[in-house]
Design a protein. Structure first.
Length: 306
C-alpha cells in the first residue's frame, strides 16, 4: 500500500511539472514569433548599411575617421585596454543557452589578456552578472533593464561611451558576444568585432552585374552623393556601430525564446516518458496488491470451511 501511495504522489507531481513546462513552451513559442520578426526586419537594414559604407569608403577617407583606425598593439605603444560586451538573458530555463555565451566570452577575454590587453567586461543580462559576481570578476558595466524587448535606445546607450573611448584612443577594440539566431533549434554563440569598424569590401560594379540575374540589372545601385562621402561616413559610422549592437540584442532575445522553447519541449517530452513508466509500475503494483488481497480472501474462506 505504501508503495502505490508513493507512486501516486510522484505521478501527480510530475503531471504538475509537465503542465508548467508545456505552458512555458507555449509562451516561448508565441514570444519567439515576434522576436523572430524583429530579427528578420533588422538584418536587411544592417546588410544595406554595411554595403553602403563599403561603397563610400576609400583609402583617403579611411585615414580621417577614428572609428576606422587600427590601433597598434600594447607592446608598440597602442592602447592597453580592450572591451568585451556580453549579452545574455535575465531568466534561465533555457538549457545551455547562457552557459555557452558565458564560455565564449571567457575564451575571448582570455585571448585578449594573453595578447597583453587589460579587458573591460561589459555585461547585459542577469545570468552573466550573477556568474561573474560568483567568480569575483569585476565588471565595467552591468545592466538588467534591457530584457527580451531591446530597443534602439538601449543600443545607443551601450554604444555611446564605447565610441567616445575608442575615438579618444583609450580602447584598442570592442568585441561583442551574442547568440546568433539561425533557427529555434540552432542559436550558437557568436563573437564579432565591432571596433575598429571593418567594413565590407565594396563589390565592383562589373562583378555585381555578372552575378545579378537579368531582371535585377535595373536595380544595381548608382549613387549620386549629396553631401559628399566624407560627411555621409561621419554620420554612418556611429550608426553602424549602434546598429551592430542593436542587432546583437535582438538576435540574442530571439535566441533566448528559441532555446527556452526547445528546453521546455524536451522537458515536457521527458515528463511524458517518465509518467508512462510510473503508470505502468503503478498498475503492476496495484495488480499485485489486488491479487494478494484476493488470495488472502480465498485463503480465509477456505480456512473458515475447514
Amino acid at each position: 500500500m505504501a508503495k502505490t501511495r508513493a507512486l501516486r504522489r510522484r505521478i501527480r507531481s510530475i503531471e504538475s511539472t509537465r503542465q508548467v513546462t508545456r505552458t512555458m513552451e507555449m509562451v516561448s513559442t508565441s514570444k519567439l514569433k515576434r522576436a523572430q520578426d524583429r530579427v528578420v526586419g533588422a538584418r536587411p537594414y544592417a546588410a544595406a548599411l554595411a554595403d553602403t559604407i563599403g561603397e563610400l569608403l576609400s583609402p583617403e577617407l579611411a585615414e580621417r575617421f577614428p572609428l576606422l583606425r587600427q590601433p597598434a598593439p600594447p607592446a608598440k605603444g597602442g592602447p592597453a585596454r580592450a572591451a568585451v560586451l556580453l549579452i545574455t538573458s535575465n531568466r534561465g530555463l533555457a538549457g545551455a543557452f547562457n552557459a555557452n555565451l558565458i564560455r565564449a566570452a571567457r575564451d575571448k577575454v582570455a585571448a585578449l589578456e594573453a595578447a597583453g590587453y587589460a579587458v573591460d567586461l561589459l555585461v547585459v543580462g542577469k545570468k552573466a552578472i550573477s556568474y561573474f559576481k560568483f567568480v569575483r570578476r569585476p565588471l565595467a558595466l552591468a545592466r538588467l533593464d534591457v530584457g527580451d524587448r531591446p530597443t534602439a535606445a538601449h543600443a545607443a546607450e551601450l554604444a555611446a561611451p564605447l565610441i567616445a573611448q575608442f575615438e579618444a584612443g583609450q580602447l584598442a577594440s570592442l568585441d561583442i558576444v551574442y547568440a546568433h539566431f539561425k533557427s529555434a533549434l540552432a542559436t550558437p554563440p557568436m563573437v564579432e568585432r565591432v571596433l575598429p569598424v571593418e567594413p565590407r569590401a565594396a563589390v565592383p560594379q562589373t562583378a555585381r552585374e555578372k552575378a545579378a540575374p537579368p531582371h535585377a540589372l535595373a536595380r544595381v545601385p548608382n549613387f549620386i552623393l549629396r553631401p559628399g562621402p566624407g560627411e555621409l561616413l561621419e554620420a554612418l559610422l556611429p550608426l553602424y556601430v549602434r546598429n551592430l549592437i542593436f542587432r546583437a540584442l535582438v538576435e540574442t532575445a530571439a535566441s533566448e525564446h528559441g532555446a527556452r522553447r526547445t528546453a521546455m519541449k524536451n522537458a515536457t517530452d521527458n515528463a511524458g516518458e517518465i509518467l508512462d513508466i510510473l503508470r505502468r509500475t503503478y498498475n503492476r503494483a496495484r495488480q499485485g496488491q489486488i491479487t494478494q488481497e484476493l488470495a488472502e480472501i480465498v485463503g480465509g474462506a477456505e480456512a473458515l470451511k475447514g
